[in-house]
Design a protein around this ligand. Sequence first.
Ligand code: NAP
Length: 280
Amino acid sequence: MSNKLAVVTGANKGLGFALVKGLCSKYDGTVYLTSRDDKRGKAACEELKKLGLNAEYHQLDIAKHESVKRFCDFLKHKQKKIDILVNNAGILFLKDAPEPKWYQAEETIFVNFSALVNFTEAILPFVSDHGKIVNISSSSGHLSRIPSEELRNKFKSVELNLDDLKNLMVDYVKAAKEGKEKEKGWGDSAYVVSKVGVNAYTFMLHKKLSKRGISVNCVHPGYVMSDMTRGGGSITPEQGAVHALRLALQPEGGGLYVWHDGTPVPWDGPDPRSYIDGKL
Ligand SMILES: NC(=O)c1ccc[n+]([C@@H]2O[C@H](COP(=O)([O-])OP(=O)(O)OC[C@H]3O[C@@H](n4cnc5c(N)ncnc54)[C@H](OP(=O)(O)O)[C@@H]3O)[C@@H](O)[C@H]2O)c1
């Protein structure tokens, strides 16, 4: 086995687990299944063993600074470099969630955007040159999902840097806390704003890392049967993992937003839910 290493976040179940499963079968290197909960993570590794697959385990809560630091220290100590990183961990408050809207907004941006960014920035020194980073986005990450043209222009500006992007997210959370998110053009979905942020970060990071030969892509996996969708969905986690795995194993480019049918789509173009899925 080679000295290469792949890491998947939020991998104890759902799409993350399927991604680890796929990597264990197809990747010539060590695969790290990470989970914020030790018990769930270790149980997932045991499940893989029953399938004849081997993944290493490490605890990782991307939203907790100490946990991220522990994981980085572990990599440093082991002198390990990451060849593949899949940022999969994420949350969604469904429409009937009892938590107040302001809390949903804050928590969704914190986990799906801020924690993903903070974790990725912390782990970057351990990503090898020519490595691959795949961010699991969503159809909700398409720029057209933000109603305000002014905001869309800010997101797609070539001048936008990471601080600007973080500030946009702060503006959104502030608007949501004041109950003014719709009035200010953000729409009514914190999940949309968080995934639009993930996509903007993907393109920015790809630009920054391309001189090291690192490709950074994001993917909409499709409507996946998982706990997030309460078992709803039209495809299995294994089917949802197909294009993310392709981007991790043999990327055909970088800075791409890949739809669930495998097509790279323009982020600031028309909503692919209509011209690909035919659903709008
Ligand atoms: N399901 C869909 O239809 C769909 C569609 C588009 C995009 N996605 C995206 O696909 C990804 C995976 O979703 P899924 O459907 O597999 O959902 P899921 O079954 O709910 O799994 C989410 C995973 O993320 C983990 N997680 C949450 N917060 C975390 C944190 N702070 N640190 C580390 N791990 C954390 C969860 O851990 P616990 O088990 O400890 O909670 C779980 O392992 C998400 O990014 C989601 O937004 C899903």
